[in-house]
Structure formats: C-alpha cells, structure tokens
Design a protein around this ligand. Sequence first.
Ligand code: MN
Length: 232
Amino acid sequence: MSAYVLPVPPVASLRIEGRDERFPVHRIYCVGRNFAEHAKEMGAEVSRGTPVFFMKPADAVVPDGGDVPYPTATQDLHHEVELVVALGAGSDDIVPIDRASAMIFGHGVGLDLTRRDLQAQAKEKRLPWDISKGFDHSAPVSALVPLAGRAHPGGGDLLWLEINGERRQQAPLSEMVFAVADIIHELSKLFALRPGDLIFMGTPAGVAALKPGDAFRAGVDGLTEFSGRIVG
Ligand code: MN
C-alpha cells in the first residue's frame, strides 16, 4: 500500500437529516441565470438553449451554516439562495432526461456566496469567475433531506431567504428556467457525474450585499431550512 507524502485532506461532507452517516461531497456544480427575474437584475438574458455552469471546490461547503467568515478581497459579498440537489449515483454517459431524477440522493438549500465586485470585473474583462464564486466558505448548505419516497421539491414550493428577519429573496421553484432533470442531462454532456456531486440550481431575484454580523435563514417550504451568521 502506498503512503502519501502529506496528510490526506479531510473529505468535505454534509449532514443528512435522520441519519448518522454523512454525505461526502465530490464536486459542486452551479447553474447561473436559472431564474429570469434574477438574470434581468444582473443585466443578462436567459437563453433557453444553453445553461450557464460554473463550479466551486468541494471544500467550499459550510455544513449546516453556522458561522460563515466574511471573505477577503471583496467589498460586496452577495447572497444567492438556491435549491441544492445531491446526487447518489453517477454516469460516464449522457443521462437521458427521464432517467435523471433516479440519480438524486436528496435535496437541501444553500447559499451561492458571491464576491459581486470581482464577478463584475471578471465579466467586464471576459475573465473566469473562479475568484468571485469559488472561494473558501462560499457554499453554506443545509443538512440534506434524503429523497427516499417523498416527492421531489418543485412546483409552487417556495425558495426563500431572510437576512436579519427580513425577506430578501423568494420565488416558487416552478420559476426555474431549467428543471433539475434538464440540468443533470446538460451537465452529463460536459462531465462524468459522480455520487457525491452537488448541484446549486440558481437563484431568484433579490440578491444583495451581506455584511459581518448579518444573520441569514434560508429554506425551501416543505423541504428544510437552515440558518447562520456572517462573521467579520
Ligand atoms: Mn448562483
């Protein structure tokens, strides 16, 4: 058996409601511009043919929320509340839309934290988004709710975010431009999907700045909610 020259990094993982075992995070895929009203507030068009994807490192997850450190190098940290889909199965091949839902282990709710000032600069200069999206602690996520027999979240289920008790973002999941099965299908054209992958499904309108001390509470009605605080 070979040894490693360095300690093996810990596996990023999420709590699972009602279970002692944790969910190991393999990759974090994120969908951009998946709610028309949010795309509009960002000055972008929604194109039905081509979802926008970007990624965060697996160890950007902040399990269960709690204290989330305000990142370096930004004056404009934004919240984006999103449905999070957790895959329990993978595929080396393109996943047909009608088989996509069977790959889902469960769901949660998360924040796609964004250094909006750096993202604006990246867009302007046509540079990659990584430093604006894939920084440390940029992905607080609730405990996952296993699918196991319940209905998939969707339809009129409300996705929402409150900051210091005030509702900032809210929309029914039916307003997503690309449904979860569409997104799994599209991602599978680009990547070998694996058990442990998370997909952040995009945010509704109402994104705005966070500051140290802000308390957040986010949820999907009928699914779960979680809370935490931005610390300076
Ligand atoms: Mn987002």
